[in-house]
Design a protein around this ligand. Structure first.
Ligand SMILES: Cc1cc2nc3c(=O)[nH]c(=O)nc-3n(C[C@H](O)[C@H](O)[C@H](O)COP(=O)(O)OP(=O)(O)OC[C@H]3O[C@@H](n4cnc5c(N)ncnc54)[C@H](O)[C@@H]3O)c2cc1C
Length: 379
């Protein structure tokens, strides 16, 4: 028998996150977006409520929440603001490789300090010259004694520069391509590590996004996750999981687009009646609703597979692609339903469209997701 219900604990987490989005995120989201500023206070409050770094295991003092709980939180917080949620999501993204490949000692050493206040992790894979083709990375790792020396740069890193730790992927043997890569933890303040904040993003402007620059950055070889050679595999296994919260965030955006559109269409009158009396508008609302429900179930299904320890590559790629595509359409239609008012910042729907565009790009573009799905069918 299939059980579609959430547990009492999951419903409590959902209502906590929903309330936080309503009381704290929604009233402040527009100003952080406008100012392109980092919402430190909101992140601190999220940490206090237990909504940050939720996947840190109980063995090192964390909550040890599963993927289903993470997606429940993601939908609610992204309903409030995807840009603010991405800060939290990117931290879970940075933590995931340490959970997948870190030893017990590394998990304790790197993860337990993150529980001490609003501290963040970051995941540094993409580079200025390559994103989709991650195995072509140019950041170099060289071994010297019991140290690794890093040189190069990582582009578009969410939480880059403000995170307490960065999981960095680098190549120690370019000829071996992906087999010549490693994953290593670089802590904030390590000499030679600097960053440049990226300004002028279309959306998700509350997230701090930066280029990370490595100039002879020395880290102990004891910071390498798994073995040298495991880097690319660790990155791909991480993204197989973390695409699911991107899907959930997209569901949150689509649900927000629906709610805003339903209320606007009930109030706005044209030709002497509310616009929700026109079938053309009703069909748009129905289509957004179809997207929200179907994307949520695919997202939950992918999360279930992760939590059950079952293969999830295909399901997570489907969830990420489908949910971000329907959410893009939902935000677009929400603007159409709002007419001219949808086009200005006085109403929240134009921000939904700007924010959701990124969900089709980061953690592997939707073209790359379609390749991932196709490979599960043809290889
Ligand atoms: C705001 C923001 C935050 C981000 N956060 C992070 C982060 O925290 N950590 C991190 O490591 N990265 C991050 N990224 C990077 C993101 O993951 C990459 O931008 C993404 O993977 C695409 O890489 P690219 O930009 O180099 O595009 P490219 O790889 O150059 O792709 C350009 C276009 O070509 C298409 N394309 C490329 N190869 C193929 C192919 N084989 N078949 C079909 N189409 C193809 C792509 O789909 C895309 O449409 C972030 C990006 C942004 C914009």
């Amino acid at each position: 028998m299939i059980d579609f219900s959430l547990s009492d604990e999951q419903r409590q987490i959902q209502s906590l996150a929903r309330q936080f989005a309503k009381d704290v995120i929604i009233p402040n989201a527009a100003s952080y977006d406008r100012e392109e500023s980092y919402p430190a206070e909101i992140v601190a409050q999220a940490a206090e409520l237990g909504l940050l770094n939720t996947i840190i295991p109980e063995t090192v003092g964390g909550l040890g929440l599963g993927m289903l709980e993470e997606v429940i939180i993601a939908e609610e917080l992204a309903y409030g603001c995807m840009g603010i949620y991405t800060i939290l999501m990117a931290s879970e993204l940075g933590i995931t490789p340490i959970l997948l490949a870190g030893s017990k000692e590394q998990q304790e050493r790197f993860l337990s300090p993150l529980l001490d206040g609003p501290k963040l992790a970051a995941f540094a894979l993409s580079e200025p010259d390559n994103g989709s083709d991650a195995a072509a990375m140019k950041t170099r790792a060289r071994f010297e004694g019991d140290e690794v020396i890093l040189n190069g740069s990582k582009m578009w890193i969410s939480n880059g520069g403000i995170a307490d730790l960065n999981v960095v992927f680098a190549s120690f043997d370019p000829e071996k391509k992906h087999q010549g890569t490693l994953a290593v933890v670089v802590e904030k303040g390590t000499p030679g590590l600097s960053h440049q904040k990226i300004h002028g993003k279309l959306g998700q402007r509350a997230t701090y996004t930066a280029e990370l620059i490595f100039e002879d950055v020395r880290v102990p070889a004891a910071n390498i996750l798994g073995e040298p050679g495991d880097g690319f595999r660790i990155a791909m296994q991480t993204l197989d999981k973390t695409r699911i919260p991107v899907a959930a965030g997209s569901v949150g955006i689509a649900r927000r687009a629906l709610d805003e559109s339903v209320s606007y269409a009930a109030e706005r009158k044209a030709f002497g009646k509310p616009i929700n009396r026109f079938q053309a508008i009703q069909f748009k609302l129905a289509d957004i609703k179809i997207g929200v429900e179907t994307a949520r179930w695919q997202t939950y299904y992918a999360a279930y597979l992760v939590d059950a320890g079952l293969p999830h590559t295909q399901a997570s790629a489907i969830a990420k692609t489908y949910a971000s595509d329907i959410a893009f359409d939902a935000a677009n239609e929400a603007i159409q339903i709002h007419g001219g008012y949808g086009y200005v910042a006085e109403y929240p729907v134009e921000k939904l469209l700007r924010d959701v565009k990124l969900n089709q790009i980061y953690e592997g573009t939707n073209e790359i997701q379609r390749l991932v799905i196709a490979r599960t069918l043809t290889d």
